[in-house]
Every structure is written in C-alpha cells, then in structure tokens.
Design a protein around this ligand. Structure first.
Ligand code: GDP
Length: 327
C-alpha cells in the first residue's frame, strides 16, 4: 500500500533521509493523485519550515560551483549546520540528465550525514522545475536543514527563478578585467547580493584581487546607488578553501540585515504571491497551447500575420476568443 500523509509528514519531521527523498519525489510528481497528496503534505510541513538561510549560487559552467558548494557545505556542517543542496537546471529537462547538484561532483558533501543533495528535477518547464525545487525546499527545512543552497547555471531565466526563491544570491565569477567585464551579464550583477571571484589561488591570486576591485567599481557605476556599495566583491579559492569563511560571513551578514529590518519576511511574502501568479501564467499558457481550437486556428493565423494580411493584434484577439469560447 502507498504511504499516507501522516507517514510522510512524520518521516520528514523526523529527519529520515529515506522519507525526505520520498517526499521530494512526491512533490516532483505530476500525477494528479500525487499532486493532491503533495499539497496536503506541504500544508503540514510549512509551519515547520522557514527558519533556514536560503542561498542561491550561480555562475557559468566551470567557474567552480560544485567545488565551492562541496567545500563550503563541509565547513558549515563542521560548524553544526545541516546543509541541503538543491538545484534548478532547466537544460536537464531537455537532455534528461541533470548536471547540477550532482552527487559525484560533491563527493565530500554527498558522504556527509548532515548534508542532503538533491539534483535538479529533470522533467518539465523551467516553471515546473522551479516549483518542484521551491517545494523541495519546504521539505528540507521541515526536516531540520538550516542552510539551503540552490545551485543554478547562468542559462536563460533560471537565475531569475532562483533569485525569486532565495534570501541571498551569490554570484561566482572568474578573474575578468577590462573588456572581459562586459561579458558578465548585467542581469546577474543586478540580482547578486554577494560576489566572489573564484580560483584566486597560485599565480592567479593577484589577478583575482585586481579583478574583484574592478568589478566592484563597475558595480558601483552600474547600480549607481547606495546598494552598489553594499554588494561585497570578494575573492576565494574553492579548491584550497581560502576565502570561504569570509564569503559565508558576508552571506550571513546580508541575511541578518534582511531579518533585522523585517525585509526578510516581506521578501518571502512577496515571493509567495509572485509564485502564485507565476503558476497561474504557466498553467494558462500550457492550456492555451494544448487547446484544440487554438491549435487548429494557429497555422492559418500565423501565415496571415507573416504575410501581412492580418495584424498581430487582431490575430491575438482571435486566438484568445477561440480559447475563451471553449472555457
Ligand atoms: P562548476 O561547473 O561551476 O560546478 O565547476 P566545478 O566545480 O566542476 O569546477 C570546474 C573545474 O574548476 C574543476 O576542474 C575544478 O577542480 C576547478 N576549480 C574549481 N574551483 C577551483 C579553484 O578555486 N581553484 C582552481 N584552481 N580550480 C578550481
């Protein structure tokens, strides 16, 4: 027989790894009966969640995210924390294989009894993946994990999706100076609360420090306000472990500042409401795309618009009207 709500809830609250894994599988499931049970479980667990520091970690592939999370996570568990690692990797939905949050890339943490690594869900849209990760976060927090690290790669909208589910956003980058700074996406700099130039070791140490100074200057120009000065640009070496304590200190300081000013609570409330509408939009679009009359109409309207015999506005109205008629 399938386990019931009480078993799931008790197992998770007990901190049982097996039950945590099962509960996350449940929230990731798209089966209708699973979805219902999952939502009931989340209602049960939510009062026990919310105390964790939620930290997003982003950066291009190869910057050292998994090395960094492995090293930082191990330090944190050594200091008595319990660390959950989740991931949002929209590319895994296409390839079917998850790259992020992969245990083989975080070997020390994977073997750590005080850490739990869950790879990105591999089915669905970015919205679906983000939903599953947010809900997995509730499970992890209810199970007593007090640090949640959400890894993502700088692809498409995944950074924005992660920024909307965490309290503090860490951007890992490599030593880039002068023109290379242009290559860093502006959007990421605007989302970042803490920035660290990784691989500051060996002969690259000085270069990394110089890059951090330049980036800090560029950030002040970009943000052009007091906030720009608040974003620390540090250097670290995930490989050697140097600078990691300082990175964590700044993350924790950012979190404490949010909490102290009441902004943490306000931000999380805003996030909840934002997620609600994001799910409404996602569902509506999916329903629209699957609607038979819309599908039937679309090719004809698309070619009329492409040929210039119909305006985009009129075509849009006809699509929406066809969709509305069937509701
Ligand atoms: P990810 O793709 O961002 O997760 O990057 P990885 O953590 O897989 O690291 C990519 C490569 O960079 C690996 O070969 C790591 O050993 C190396 N690496 C990661 N961090 C550092 C660092 O701080 N210093 C140096 N020298 N190499 C690093």
């Amino acid at each position: 027989m399938n386990p019931g709500l009480d078993e799931y809830a008790a197992g998770v609250l007990d901190g049982s790894r097996a039950w945590i894994a099962r509960a996350i599988t449940l929230v990731e499931s798209t089966r209708t009966d699973h979805r219902e049970l999952a939502q009931k479980l989340l209602v049960e667990l939510t009062p026990h969640a919310g105390d964790a520091r939620r930290v997003g970690v982003t950066g291009v592939p190869g910057v050292g995210k998994s090395t960094f999370i492995d090293a930082l996570g191990t330090r944190l568990t050594g200091n008595g924390h319990r660390v959950a690692v989740l991931a949002v990797d929209p590319s895994s939905t296409r390839t079917g294989g998850s790259i992020l949050g992969d245990k083989t890339r975080m070997q020390r943490l994977a073997a750590d009894p005080d850490a739990f690594i869950r790879p990105s869900p591999t089915a669905g849209t970015l919205g679906g993946v983000a939903k599953a990760t947010r809900e997995a976060m509730v499970v992890m927090e209810a199970a007593g994990y007090d640090v949640v690290l959400v890894e993502t790669v700088g692809v498409g909208q995944s950074e924005t999706a992660v920024a909307e589910m965490v309290d503090t956003f860490l951007f890992l980058t490599l030593a880039r100076t002068g023109d290379q700074l242009q290559g860093i996406k502006k959007g990421v700099l605007e989302l970042a609360d803490v920035i660290a130039v990784n691989k500051a070791d060996g002969e690259h140490k000085l270069e990394a420090k110089r890059a951090a100074r330049e980036l800090s200057g560029a950030l002040r120009l970009l943000r052009g306000d007091a906030r720009g000065r608040e974003v620390p640009v540090l250097t670290c070496s995930a490989l050697e472990g140097s600078g990691l304590d300082e990175v964590w200190r700044r993350i924790a300081a950012h979190h404490d500042r949010l909490r102290g000013s009441g902004e943490l609570d306000a931000r999380r409330r805003r996030q909840q409401v934002g997620w609600t509408w994001a799910m409404v939009r996602e569902r509506l679009l999916a329903d629209l795309g699957a609607d038979p009359s819309v599908r039937e109409l679309a090719p004809e309207l698309e070619s009329a618009v492409a040929d210039g015999t119909l305006t985009p506005a009129l075509a849009a109205e006809r699509i929406l009207a066809a969709f509305a008629r069937r509701r």
